[in-house]
Structure formats: structure tokens, C-alpha cells
Ligand binder design. Structure first.
Ligand SMILES: Nc1nc2c(c(=O)[nH]1)N[C@H]1C(S)=C(S)[C@@H](COP(=O)(O)OP(=O)(O)OC[C@H]3O[C@@H](n4cnc5c(N)ncnc54)[C@H](O)[C@@H]3O)O[C@H]1N2
Ligand code: MOO
Length: 411
């Protein structure tokens, strides 16, 4: 790739997003929709409360019958029934009577007020009322909270526990949303070993497939972490084709630079459906994107260095997952912060500097963490932000306002 011109980060992302369509939406059971974007405007089919109901355990009365009640001169009323929540036998209250009523039970026609037990002798056949209530006291009117036709959740809202609770409360069993994309992650490299197994003198543990699968799941996808694939094109193609049946997206790590055993490039280049080339970024220069299989499944071939892999995921795969899910914005927004230490950056490449973000008396700040090496996964794990240094900038002085990606923030 040495002689190839660099594709810009923005052009590469634009090429990817032009090739990704949101997944079709369909009605999903409410619990499956947690964290998904609603793909419909939901208006309420009913009022909430659905009917006038009691806010206290006590007696339903007509205010006119109890306005004179005091401790010295209590009012006595015959009790004509008992109304429990979900057990409402008594539909109307005759004048001059009271009915026991429980919290949430429908207030009978004719009653306009509820007297709580604490203001009475809790009588069964007759009740003594020691205090006069205000009109409508402890009656929760129908439609007070939500009226039929109110907009409950608008298209694009990311559904959380409170939205789902409300949808259930108005009787919705499902909500239209796009499903979680299924993302298959393959890591390539004959040097790789599964964590928990012994390491040879020339092997390393496969951190990337965990890094990428966890990032995909955090982004809202269903991540399938496939085992390690050796540096052998036929083995890679077999593994890939086995996985396509359950993939909306495929992500590979490793095997895309200039090495003699760069398996992903060797296996996919002959298909002619995957673009490989250098992208003007550091880390993450060697990239590939295209389509594979009968369904033209999108495939991202990310570089194997762990930090390169992760930053490539952030820049390219995350926006694709969010597009599939109908989430906006598709790219993580940057926030401004004050840089605490001077940093250098290569000309012509957008640099992503591992950093830690904080806020002090001077406002938000960001401090570089560790070195630039794209193998430094320890430094990556100590970071929670990336400083974005534009392509044409070769040095940023301490104290400068920079643009920062906060990696653990929801957006
Ligand atoms: N002659 C050149 N060599 C390299 C170039 C170049 O332009 N010319 N680019 C360098 C850059 S930049 C990167 S990034 C890497 C990308 O290489 P590959 O994508 O082919 O990745 P590998 O060679 O397979 O591995 C690179 C590195 O990462 C380690 N690795 C790979 N997979 C994993 C994994 N699953 N878990 C942990 N670590 C992994 C691997 O052992 C290597 O150390 O190429 C440079 N070379
Ligand atoms: O692009 Mo590589 O990702 O700089 O190490």
C-alpha cells in the first residue's frame, strides 16, 4: 500500500455509510426494545388514569354530606359497600352514604371525595367522620396524567425503562423498532491463543476479539465472537462463510497490511468486492471495507494492532452499527477541552491521542496517556478519551482548546 494515496477518514466513513441501510423495523416485544430507537410515533390509545380512582384507602363520599364534620361534631354515614382495586361491585353511591374504597379502586358515580381511614373510626356498617375534606380530595381524575391522543414517544427516541413502563401502562405490548444488528467478529493470526489456554514462546493472547465484541455490544449490537482464525486464506474463507448466515456486519482484525502472511487481504482481494487501502489516520492506517457473500454482507477489515483496531471500530464500525439501528447522531460528537501537555502529530494524518478527560477550576481538560504505539493496550485501557488532532496540524501546544471524543459517554 506504500505507494497508494491516503483516503481521508471522512471519505472512508462516507463510503461506508453510503453502503449501509437501516435494518427494517417491526413490532418488538417491549422488553426486547430496551435501548433501541422507536421507529414510530406512539400516541396514547387511552387516558391515564383510565378512570377516576381513589388515591387513599378510606371512604368514598359526597362532599355535601360531610362538610360539617369536626372532631367535636363528627358526621355518621351508613357504609353501603366496599370497593377494592379490581373488585368494584358498587357503581353508584346513594346520597347520604359512604363506601369503603381502596387505593386505585374506581370512585363510584355520585361520590366526589375520599376521606382517608385516619380521619374516621374505620367503621364497617356505619362510619364516623371526624374531619371535613376538601372537594375532590384523594380522587385521581381520569386523564389527569395522559389523555387519549397524547404523544408518548416520538420516532427516534431511545427507549429506556421509563418509556417502556409508560407504553405498557397504556396497553401497548409491542413497539416498532429496528432490531439489534448481528455483528460477527473474527480475529486472524496464527500467533493468537484463546485466553485461559497456555501461551507458546511466540504466541500472544487474542485481546482484539474481546475488545471489538465488547465495543459492538456496548454500541447496541448482538456480538458473535468467533474463535481465532489462522493465517491461511482457505481457513479464513471457510470461517467467514460459516458465519455469514448470522451476520448483518462482519468485522475482522489483523492481516491487512504489507506482511507476507496478511491473510484477510490475500483471501478477499481476489473477490474484487472489498476495497483495501491506507486511510489518513494514526493509529489505524491500513483499512478495508466491502461486501461478501450472497447477501452482500458489509465487512470491515480492521488492522491487527489493538489500539488501531479499537480506534478503527470507533471511527467506522460504530457509525455503521448506529445507522443500522436508526440511531442518531451516527458519529460520536466531540467536546472541547484544554490540552494539558504539548503533543506532536504526523503531517497528513488525523491523529487520535489516547487521553484522560477531567474537569478542574479552569473547565474541562484532557491529558495524554502513554505513548503513540498502537500495541499499547495498557495505555488504551487507562484512557477514557481521544484527542482528535486534524490532518494539517503537526504540534498542539499545552493550553490549547482541542476536540475530544469521550469514549464512555452515551450519545
Ligand atoms: N511494511 C509495513 N508494515 C506495516 C505497515 C505498513 O504500512 N508497512 N503498517 C503497520 C500498521 S500501521 C499496522 S496498524 C499494522 C497492521 O497490521 P495487520 O492488520 O496486518 O495486523 P497483523 O500484522 O495481523 O498484526 C499486527 C499486530 O497486532 C497484533 N495482533 C493481531 N491480532 C491481534 C489480536 N487479535 N489480539 C492482540 N493482538 C493482535 C499482532 O500480533 C501484531 O503485533 O501493520 C503494520 N505493519
Ligand atoms: O495505523 Mo497503525 O494502526 O498506526 O499502527
Amino acid at each position: 500500500m506504500g505507494g497508494h494515496p491516503l483516503t481521508s477518514v471522512d471519505d472512508h466513513r462516507a463510503r461506508i455509510l453510503a453502503a449501509i441501510e437501516p435494518l427494517p423495523d417491526f413490532p418488538q416485544p417491549l422488553m426486547d426494545a430496551l435501548g433501541l430507537a422507536a421507529a414510530e410515533d406512539v400516541v396514547s390509545p387511552i387516558d391515564l388514569p383510565t378512570f377516576d380512582n381513589s388515591g387513599m384507602d378510606g371512604y368514598a363520599v359526597r362532599l355535601d354530606d360531610v362538610t360539617t364534620a369536626t372532631a367535636e361534631a363528627p358526621v355518621h354515614l351508613p357504609v353501603v359497600g366496599e370497593i377494592g382495586a379490581g373488585q368494584a361491585g358498587l357503581l353508584a353511591l346513594p346520597p347520604g352514604t359512604a363506601a369503603k374504597i381502596m387505593t386505585g379502586a374506581p370512585v363510584p358515580a355520585g361520590a366526589d371525595t375520599v376521606v382517608p381511614y385516619e380521619w374516621t373510626d374505620r367503621g364497617v356498617a356505619q362510619v364516623r367522620i371526624d374531619q371535613a375534606p376538601a372537594l375532590g380530595q384523594h380522587v385521581r381524575p381520569a386523564g389527569e396524567d395522559v389523555a387519549t391522543g397524547d404523544m408518548l414517544v416520538s420516532h427516534g427516541t431511545v427507549l429506556g425503562p421509563r418509556h417502556l413502563g409508560l407504553l405498557a401502562a397504556v396497553g401497548r405490548a409491542t413497539v416498532r423498532s429496528r432490531p439489534r444488528p448481528r455483528v460477527v467478529i473474527l480475529s486472524t493470526g496464527s500467533e493468537l491463543r484463546e485466553p485461559g489456554t497456555p501461551l507458546g514462546h511466540d504466541s500472544i493472547y487474542d485481546g482484539n476479539s474481546f475488545l471489538l465484541a465488547a465495543a459492538a455490544r456496548r454500541a447496541g449490537a448482538i456480538a458473535y465472537r468467533v474463535g481465532i482464525v489462522p493465517d491461511e486464506p482457505s481457513a479464513f474463507l471457510d470461517a467467514l462463510h460459516d458465519q455469514l448466515v448470522r451476520a448483518d456486519l462482519v468485522v475482522t482484525s489483523g492481516g491487512v497490511s504489507q506482511g507476507d502472511f496478511d491473510v484477510v487481504k490475500a483471501a478477499l482481494s481476489p473477490l474484487g468486492t472489498v476495497w483495501f487501502g491506507p486511510v489518513g489516520m494514526q493509529p489505524g492506517k491500513p483499512q478495508g471495507f466491502g461486501h461478501v457473500g450472497e447477501d452482500a454482507t458489509p465487512i470491515f477489515t480492521l488492522p491487527g494492532n489493538p489500539v488501531s483496531s479499537y480506534i478503527s471500530f470507533e471511527q467506522f464500525v460504530l457509525p455503521a452499527i448506529r445507522t443500522l439501528m436508526g440511531r442518531t447522531p451516527v458519529t460520536r460528537p466531540t467536546v472541547p477541552a484544554r490540552l494539558t501537555h504539548t503533543i506532536g502529530s504526523p503531517a497528513g494524518r488525523r491523529q487520535f491521542v489516547r487521553a484522560s478527560y477531567g474537569v478542574d477550576a479552569g473547565g474541562p481538560y484532557v491529558s495524554p496517556v502513554g505513548g503513540h504505539g498502537s500495541h499499547l493496550i495498557g495505555d488504551l485501557a487507562s484512557s477514557d478519551a481521544l484527542v482528535v488532532v486534524p490532518e494539517d496540524v503537526t504540534e498542539v501546544a499545552a493550553g490549547t482548546q482541542v476536540q475530544v471524543l469521550r469514549l464512555d459517554e452515551e450519545f
